[in-house]
Design a protein around this ligand. Structure first.
Ligand code: NDP
Length: 332
């Protein structure tokens, strides 16, 4: 039985299960020359997919209604009529939310379960690891001894950003949503300090206290009031990396907040948004470094693995209430 998840309606506000539709069919999928048959093993659910579910103009086209959703997927080749792939190979790439599908191999990378667990290719040595590495290096330009503040710190990108900061000799402070996450970041990932934004009434004061020398680099995954509060502690020539803004993805009205300009002018600070694919030419170099750190145990990672294809939409929805620690992944 082949199963597919389609986008049934564009979410208004927070995404709901009723925005998704399951389709089942038991026809046999036959491949032609130059094609492979893939069985899905792991699906990556990511906050950025929320943007593709709306029809607003963005850097990637929106998903079409009543068509499959796609994201990072790890799959196994079940049959091949393609010179570069053989039965049993594992691949990762942008694929549909389907249990089984046919591909012409374009955009797929062969991956090895001997080198790292398959799910890691969707996280620490996949898109989110690259986002952490390239955003921090290319915009943050971190230097040993500086202070790095990371929001969304217990998530897939944030937990890697903080650890890279530590490897490079920075003081690293995180912001996360539960005490359990705070403990994890300090005990397992080496963060110097972490703020629980859900139990802190004055974020600007908490940031000032945990970053006594000010912030040199702010890696922002969340936007909104947390990021407004960080502006009060930025240093001269601070670099602010706008990686994501999950706190506003579900807003139905234009978000409002502080005017950032006076903070940037006064501090000669840089604030820059980015999309990881801007740096595609640097992926091999970044991947080599991430894999090396992983092999040396300098870089650790955690995952929240949800079992079952049918739970993919819920796993996606749960990102917005912080149910994940590290990378949220669905195991099929
Ligand atoms: P995460 O693993 O960080 O999951 C999302 C986390 O966001 C949740 O666990 C939750 O943690 C936190 N969160 C949810 N709602 C809020 C809120 N209202 N305020 C503050 N925190 C919230 O996801 P990723 O690591 O995959 O992505 C992190 C960010 O990076 C996202 O904004 C994403 O869009 C962006 N991104 C950008 C890329 C790029 O190329 N620019 C590429 C990949 C990701 P908590 O319990 O701490 O609230």
């Amino acid at each position: 039985m082949n199963q597919t998840i389609l986008l049934k309606s564009r979410p208004e506000g927070a995404p709901k299960l009723s925005d998704f539709e399951f389709q089942k069919d038991d026809s046999t999928l036959n491949i032609s020359e130059g094609e492979i048959l893939l069985e899905t093993k792991y699906i990556s659910v990511d906050p950025y997919l929320r943007g593709r579910m709306s029809d607003a103009k963005s850097y990637v086209p929106p998903f079409k209604l009543n068509e499959p959703i796609a994201s990072g997927v790890v799959a196994q080749v079940k049959a091949s009529k393609h010179d570069n792939f053989k039965e049993g190979d594992y691949v990762s790439g942008m694929l549909d939310w389907k249990t089984t599908q046919i591909s012409n191999g374009e955009g797929l990378n062969k991956i090895s379960p001997e080198r790292a667990p398959l799910s890691a290719y969707l996280g620490v040595i996949g898109m989110t690891g690259l986002t952490a590495f390239l955003g921090l290096h290319e915009i943050g330009k971190p230097k040993a001894g500086e202070t790095l503040l990371v929001s969304g710190a217990a998530g897939a990108v944030g937990s890697v950003v903080g650890q890279i900061g530590k490897i490079l000799g920075l003081r690293v402070v995180g912001i996360a949503g539960t005490d359990e996450k705070v403990e994890m970041l300090k005990a397992d990932f080496g963060f110097d300090d972490v703020i629980n934004y859900n139990t802190t009434s004055d974020m600007a004061a908490a940031i000032k206290e945990t970053c006594p020398d000010g912030i040199d680099v702010y890696f922002d995954n969340v936007g909104g009031p947390i990021s407004d509060a960080a502006l009060f502690s930025i240093n001269r020539f601070a670099r602010i990396i706008i990686c994501g803004a999950i706190s506003v993805y579900n807003k139905t009205e234009a978000p409002t907040g502080l005017s950032v300009q006076p903070f940037l002018v006064k501090n000669s600070a840089l604030m820059q948004g980015f999309i990881v694919s801007n740096y595609a030419d640097k992926f091999p170099e970044a991947m080599t470094q991430l894999s090396e750190w992983l092999g040396e145990d300098k870089l650790k990672y955690t995952e929240t693995i949800v079992e079952g294809f049918e739970n993919t939409p819920q796993a996606f929805i749960d990102l917005f209430s912080g149910k994940n620690k590290g990378k949220m992944i669905v195991k099929i």
